[in-house]
Design a protein around this ligand. Structure first.
Ligand SMILES: NC(=O)CC[C@H](N)C(=O)O
Length: 304
């Protein structure tokens, strides 16, 4: 399969469809990006890179960083941490608070905001400088010094933090929060405000297509069985209340962010990152999802 030709074809067809959505505006700084940008990068397991469109332009990875932070604590899978967060799809918006109350402060999964806050809290308990550790980890698995935290995006989210702050207090009221709320939120907003290009992001997901082994870090990042579990979580929970539709249409484990990025993996073949800022009403990028749907259609295979 000629991957370059494949992604160019997908790119052209998606552009011709002229799909429309809405750039996330609850983080005002994100709303300032040019909505017409669109890029695709694919990285195979030998490290060959393929790209089209704005695949070298950095963008805000937002919730996609929740896969990286989860990976950093995953070896504690059998430990106490996993009584603090579940592994079930939520069927609710990413920032929903309702479910947290009737499930006694245990978030449904690590990818909704409440669950990701628990993971960031665990990183704050584990490390003296959690943000430095997160950046160093992502740089290592990307094989380059590519992580940049966009301070304007970070401040913009911090100044519009009512919902996430409420979630954190709610977790605390159920004793499911160990550190200071301000500290954890700062680390959370900062890792969400990391910027990367499609090609850098695809590299950071490569280990998940490769049974947990990173060809960039030259080491096992997760055991094969843990890598499979992170992929299972992405498949069932990576797109919030659109996870079922993504599995149905695309059939790959993936994770979206409100910056318009989607990263996905085809186990044993490649990782891919697609970016386009306009989102549907579920907070997922319209063009990125359509591109991945066309891609697996043309490849005529997915996980299934
Ligand atoms: N889905 C997302 O990308 C949401 C991330 C964003 N930083 C938030 O907490 O709201």
């Amino acid at each position: 399969m000629d991957y370059q030709q494949l992604i160019e074809e997908v790119y052209r067809e998606v552009q011709a469809e002229n799909l429309k959505g809405k750039v996330a505006d609850y983080i005002p700084e994100i709303a300032t990006v040019d909505p017409n940008q669109f890029g695709i990068a694919l990285v195979d397991l030998k490290g060959n890179l393929y790209g089209v469109g704005d695949y070298l332009t950095p963008f805000s990875i937002q919730s996609i960083s929740k896969v990286h932070t989860l990976t950093m604590v995953f070896h504690r899978f059998n430990s106490k941490l996993w009584s603090r967060v579940n592994v079930e799809p939520s069927g609710n918006p990413f920032n929903s608070i309702a479910q947290l109350e009737y499930e006694n402060g245990i978030p449904r999964n690590p990818f909704i905001n409440a669950g990701a806050l628990v993971i960031t809290d665990a990183l704050c308990s584990k490390f003296e400088n959690p943000l430095e550790q997160i950046s160093a980890f992502i740089n290592e698995i990307a094989g380059c010094d590519c992580v940049r935290i966009n301070q304007a995006v970070m401040n913009s989210e911090k100044n519009n933090a009512a919902r996430n702050t409420a979630l954190a207090y709610f977790l605390k009221s159920y004793n499911n929060f160990e550190n200071s709320i301000e500290e954890v939120l700062d680390v959370y907003f900062s890792h969400c405000a990391m910027e990367m290009s499609c090609v850098e992001l695809a590299k950071t997901f490569s280990f998940l297509a490769n049974d947990g082994y990173s060809i960039y870090a030259n080491r096992e990042i997760l055991s094969e069985s843990h890598a499979r579990r992170v992929n299972a979580l992405m498949l069932t929970c990576g797109f919030y209340d659109e996870a079922g539709e993504f599995a149905y249409k695309v059939g790959l484990p993936g994770k979206s962010g409100v910056g318009g990025g989607v990263a996905a993996v085809m186990p044993h073949k490649f990782s891919i990152a697609v970016w386009s800022p306009e989102l549907n009403e579920k907070g997922n990028s319209v063009k990125s999802i359509r591109a991945l749907e066309l891609l697996t259609d043309k490849l005529a295979f997915s996980l299934f």
